[in-house]
Write a protein that binds this ligand. Sequence first.
Ligand code: GTP
Length: 349
Amino acid sequence: MADDHDQETLDAEIRYGSYAIGSFPREFGLAGEVEDNLKGIEDNDLPRILLMGLRRSGKSSIQKVVFHKMAPNETLFLESTNKIVKDDLSSSSFIKFQDDYSEALNRLNTTVIKAHKVNPDIKFEVFIHKVDGLSDDHKIEVQRDIHQRATGDMEDASLESIHLSFYLTSIYDHSIFEAFSKVVQKLIKHLGTLENLLNIFNSNSGIEKSFLFDVCSKIYIATDSSPVDMITYELCCDMLDVVIDVSCIYGLQEDREGSVYDQRSTSIIQLNNSTVLYLKEVNRFIALVAILRENSYEKRGLIDYNFHCLRKALQQVLELDKRNHLNSNDSSASVGENINDRTGNSVIA
Ligand SMILES: Nc1nc2c(ncn2[C@@H]2O[C@H](COP(=O)(O)OP(=O)(O)OP(=O)(O)O)[C@@H](O)[C@H]2O)c(=O)[nH]1
């Protein structure tokens, strides 16, 4: 796919052999465990997210900020990457935000058409990146324009069936985490079940909003069915940061042994606006973070009990997925189906 493009203007790289391993940097001490978890699953079976975009469009920065906790301003010193690797699985496309994005749109169009020919099941996610310098009105205008032009190009090529999803992103706020969350959620087979479980938990516990977080990356892999607003998501991300940071400082033994996040990880933070943040460990990689009103928190025993039931149910779903996958050798399934199966099994569990 990349062979036909000019290396100066198109850089396609596989950043992650698998989402799971990529999302747990080794310094976090979990990569080995994830690898153990994935034993028995062929490398070829793992889902891949391919980041593509023009030179300096921000691909390395996104990877570093989302998965390696790099501070956004440190990305200013990142050097250009010169690798090009071809791959035909699940794909994400990144458009660098610039005044004239015609070149990026042309590249997007060519890439999508070629990739679709190779594999009609590829999902395309377009990140309109570096929008931090734009006003809110301008952002909407740019998104509408890019959406119209990109889908118009697809129609001209008689490929109306290709669905492009668009996200406005920046590494300087939580928009990149939110966008990545939505991309990853499309790869989760049992998303509906997870969502239902969270709905039941919320309604029986007086909780307003709850998220299942991939602890290391702060991507949320599922939430209840009420709409997500950015402020709530940011608050939950901050809660997770606080818990991990405090654990890093006070939770490790003197020889720095042990994990900063384990089954004892739990935290309640009461804010001065009658809101309570509630965090609990679900498994080695996933945490539940919920928001509730102070008066609902009076029934803490009930919430803890409901969480206990939720945790068991979530673990069953994740375990079931993993077992199903390991038992399934159906090589005839479409790539899209495989991606979903795999992710539900091993990537998130
Ligand atoms: N304002 C702003 N700058 C960004 C954002 N994301 C990345 N950048 C900057 O864009 C520049 C290029 O980022 P890289 O991550 O190196 O881009 P790349 O696409 O990996 O570049 P190549 O490896 O050359 O293809 C860096 O100076 C980043 O700090 C963003 O969301 N907003």
